[in-house]
Design a protein around this ligand. Structure first.
Ligand SMILES: Cc1cc2nc3c(=O)[nH]c(=O)nc-3n(C[C@H](O)[C@H](O)[C@H](O)COP(=O)(O)OP(=O)(O)OC[C@H]3O[C@@H](n4cnc5c(N)ncnc54)[C@H](O)[C@@H]3O)c2cc1C
Ligand SMILES: *[C@@H]1O[C@H](CO)[C@@H](O)[C@H](O)[C@H]1NC(C)=O
Ligand SMILES: *[C@@H]1O[C@H](CO)[C@@H](O)[C@H](O)[C@H]1NC(C)=O
Ligand SMILES: *[C@@H]1O[C@H](CO)[C@@H](O)[C@H](O)[C@H]1NC(C)=O
Ligand SMILES: *[C@@H]1O[C@H](CO)[C@@H](O)[C@H](O)[C@H]1NC(C)=O
Length: 594
């Protein structure tokens, strides 16, 4: 192994196409790498440089201390030990709120899925345990102004630091945390402004909203609902996800996707900071290539969004139904899978009738939890009529189930408040996913159900979302976003979840990753060869990710990445242009393979 010698060098190396000389040379396996600068490296900025940055960002630079640190005497950070972190009241608070999404969101740099922080420094009752950094970032700029974001990007670029943009920390692929990184936290960008008629670029002149980068779905939906008449916009199903961060850059699907497409399809304009530190506008007329890329081309790949504008719509009366089939209703496994087959055979029927169906399969073994089925613009009778053929089929097979009658709500927003279940933070798991194409749902349904069985048998479970992103959005608008064109004929979008402890032995983690990639998701890919994968809810190591996430749009996205971020100031795994980047040394140093 030559690694030892190489590993100590902090070389002045000029990479092709890179203006930075600050690369740390490392060797791993049989390859040489040029890595970003980390604490302890010669190229890591000195105290004076950090202090200068802190002054530029108005004193909003913080050493990142993991949320669980108040339960420990000492945090052994990469920048040195932080003594006396223990605080009984603080510890009590973090223990009580560990699973609370908003609590974790408001931490400077926590990840809601602890797998990606390496599950280190969890709340404990033993303060003499060690709070270690795991994959938590080291420093955070709690940005309050555009200038703070610019200063952070410039500092990271000039010093070749690992830079992470952190909004809510929801990321399923761990893209908002990272070892040794400098974070720019955008949570303070909370402006929400409505207009009755959009006057900016493009041909759209209807109502719109402009939101700051930190705004979450529940905030904007609540304000939109208070307008007269009540308005609605496309957001994720989850109320706490941000609407102008990772969501839109990955696409962003939700209960209204069958009507209006993705969040990205409804974007009118972004104010962004590009990798050169400049404030830019991206819309249909100015930087149109960047505008297109930001609409689904992958988070943290092209620019930092500081503000986004979206179309909004009149809300409508809405009906909803719940359905459960589990072991309290039947224990016969054969019959249970018959029930799943019947339910799922209606996916095309549901999306063709404007429904959105959110379901979980296998969370508690043999169970199908459909919470809720949503009929926007439908009366309860109309919704029940769409569902009746499925209920008739279930009845004919003698399957027992629990269902509510269709409930009636004055608006979709009221249903959203009442019928969607809240989600929790603080759990560790690997997530993946795939989508079911209409053609495959029609022609290969038996194979799809047997793939579902493979998923559940592997100890995994699934979250399904039935919508079609090409159903309501006119075809001439599909290419306005850079999401995989295959999404327009999807009828069910699946998330797969493989539970694994964030502090499990490395061999167990590797086994879980193998199960996700090569058993669970492999079964779904094979069952729906015309499907695709959603970059925000996917295996970080999705095979052939360029094709899976973006299909025919990939080559253009790659060109746009090279144009706007040639040196790799931004990074998120499996996004355009990251082919040669790797996190070596057990997921720590981010490096370019030489
Ligand atoms: C419980 C749960 C439910 C979900 N439900 C849905 C759903 O219904 N529909 C859906 O489409 N997705 C859903 N998602 C996935 C969601 O789209 C992603 O987790 C998304 O990345 C979250 O974006 P964020 O900005 O809120 O989070 P973060 O984790 O803070 O950021 C995610 C990524 O975006 C980057 N980023 C954040 N802000 C900016 C910015 N201003 N500029 C540039 N890059 C930025 C980050 O660097 C990171 O790479 C869900 C996730 C969870 C955990
Ligand atoms: C940045 O400045 C503020 C205000 O003076 C200070 O509280 C904070 O500790 C400084 N941050 C760092 C990392 O030194
Ligand atoms: C992360 O956890 C694994 C065990 O799962 C451990 O081997 C590794 O050293 C940890 N890495 C860091 C940076 O904490
Ligand atoms: C606006 O509409 C005109 C005429 O239909 C069309 O040619 C043009 O491409 C549209 N512009 C945008 C930005 O969509
Ligand atoms: C389970 O259901 C299947 C399908 O209806 C049936 O053939 C089988 O006899 C049932 N098994 C038991 C033990 O009831």
């Amino acid at each position: 192994m030559r690694g030892g010698v190489f590993g100590l060098l902090c070389g002045a190396l000029l990479l092709p196409g890179s203006k930075s000389t600050k690369w740390v040379l490392r060797r791993a396996g049989d390859s040489d790498y040029a890595c970003k600068c980390y604490p302890g490296d010669n190229c890591w900025p000195n105290k004076g440089q950090w202090q200068k940055l802190n002054n530029t960002v108005g004193g909003n630079l913080r050493v990142n201390i993991p949320p669980g640190a108040p339960c420990y005497n000492t945090f052994q950070g990469l920048l040195g030990n932080v003594l006396q972190t223990y605080n009984a009241a603080g510890c009590q608070k973090v223990r009580q709120n560990w699973g609370d999404e908003q609590f974790q969101i408001e931490m400077p740099a926590a990840g809601l899925w602890t797998y990606f922080t390496n599950d280190t420094c969890r709340p404990t009752t033993n303060p003499t345990d060690t709070c270690t950094p795991g994959y938590y970032p080291v420093l955070v700029i709690m940005a309050k102004t555009t200038a703070h974001i610019q200063a952070g990007i410039n500092f990271a670029r000039e010093n070749n630091l690992r830079l992470i943009i952190r909004n809510t920390g929801h990321d399923f692929l761990g893209r908002s945390v990272g070892w040794g990184a400098l974070v720019i936290n955008t949570h303070s960008f909370q402006d929400i402004k409505f207009t009755d008629s959009w006057e900016g670029a493009g041909n759209y002149t209807g109502p719109a909203v402009t939101v700051g980068a930190g705004v979450q779905a529940f905030q904007v939906l609540k304000k939109a609902n208070a307008l007269n008449p009540p308005k609605i916009m496309v957001t994720g199903e989850c109320a706490t996800v941000g609407v102008a961060g990772g969501l839109v850059q990955g696409g962003g699907h939700g209960p209204l996707t069958g009507f209006y497409g993705f969040v990205a399809d409804n974007a009118l304009e972004f104010k962004v900071i590009t990798a050169d530190g400049k404030l830019n506008t991206a819309n249909a007329e100015t930087n149109a290539d960047l505008f297109w890329a930001l609409r689904g081309g992958g988070p943290a790949a092209f620019a930092v969004i500081v503000e986004a504008s979206y179309r909004i719509f009149d809300d409508k009366p809405t009906a909803g139904v719940l359905l459960d089939i589990d072991q309290t209703h039947m224990t016969n496994a054969t019959l249970f899978w018959e029930a799943v087959r019947v339910f799922h055979s209606y996916s095309t029927h549901f999306v063709d009738n404007d429904l959105y169906v959110y379901y979980e399969l296998g969370t508690a073994g043999q169970n199908l939890h459909v919470h809720p089925i949503v009929g926007v613009g439908k009366t309860p009778d109309e919704l029940q009529a769409v569902l009746q053929p499925m209920f008739d089929d279930l009845d004919a097979l003698g399957i027992s189930y629990y269902t509510t009658g269709a409930a009636d709500f004055p608006t979709f927003y009221d249903l959203y408040q009442a019928m969607f279940e809240t989600e929790v933070a603080g759990n560790s798991a690997l997530t993946g996913g795939w989508t079911i194409a209409r053609q495959d749902a029609e022609e290969r349904h038996e194979a799809i159900i047997s793939a579902f069985q493979t998923v559940v048998r592997a100890g995994s479970f699934m979250i399904g979302h039935m919508w079609s992103a090409g159903h309501g959005l006119p075809e001439e608008r599909w290419a306005e976003s850079s999401v995989n064109p295959r999404f327009r004929s999807v009828v069910d979008k699946l998330i797969t979840v493989v539970p694994v402890a964030g502090n499990a032995p490395l061999a167990d983690k590797a086994a879980a990753q193998d199960t996700l990639t090569n058993v669970v998701d492999a079964a779904l890919r094979e069952a729906s060869p015309n499907g695709c994968a959603y970059v925000n809810e996917a295996d970080p190591y999705e095979p052939n990710w360029q094709q899976a996430f973006w299909g025919d749009n990939y080559p253009r996205l790659l060109e746009i990445r090279k144009k706007y971020d040639p040196d790799g100031v931004f990074y998120a795994i499996s996004t355009p242009g990251t082919e040669n980047w790797e996190q070596i040394e057990t997921g720590t140093r981010l490096c370019r393979k030489l």
